[in-house]
Design a protein around this ligand. Structure first.
Ligand SMILES: [Zn+2]
Ligand SMILES: [Zn+2]
Length: 152
């Protein structure tokens, strides 16, 4: 969603509401699910080049589980409230880059499908939440410690 800066009146508060889809974003890690992201807020022209932008973003994002890589939905609700300055000569205020920035800085650091996700077998790679494998896990030693075992 864009605003023509010259058409905004000083101190007028303009509400907006739009839906952004996954293809609207380039920089974020997660994927917006098929319902898209609902963005609702207001914009207010404080001076010729300064705007107060406030909005909330509601959406479901899909992230790979940090242990088993299974796509995992995460409900997100982020809030933004800040003044935005535009450079001389800029005539259009674009909201989408501001929205993307807000999502980007709020993204979760580590997503798990379940708190006790069993992860992938380090030897054959099967998803241990769904199936068992015959790999011998008794002798499992982190390769970094293998050298210590030989010293004992
Ligand atoms: Zn998992
Ligand atoms: Zn295995």
């Amino acid at each position: 969603m864009n605003f023509e800066i010259n058409k905004l009146l000083q101190d007028e508060i303009i509400p907006f509401e739009f839906v952004a889809n996954n293809t609207d974003f380039n920089e974020i890690e997660g994927e917006v699910d098929e319902n898209g992201a609902l963005i609702r807020g207001t914009i207010e022209k404080l001076s010729r080049d300064t705007f107060l932008v406030r909005f909330t973003i509601e959406m479901t994002m899909i992230y790979p589980c940090a242990r088993c890589l299974e796509p995992t939905p995460v409900d997100c609700c982020y809030e933004y409230s800040d003044t935005v300055m535009v450079d001389d000569g800029v005539t259009i205020l674009e909201l989408l880059p501001i929205v993307e920035e807000c999502v980007y800085i709020n993204e979760p650091f580590r997503v798990l499908c379940h708190e006790d996700c069993a992860g992938l077998c380090p030897k054959c790679g099967v998803n241990l939440n769904h199936e068992q494998c015959d790999c011998d896990k008794s002798g499992d030693v982190d390769p970094r410690f293998e050298v210590l075992k030989n010293l004992l």
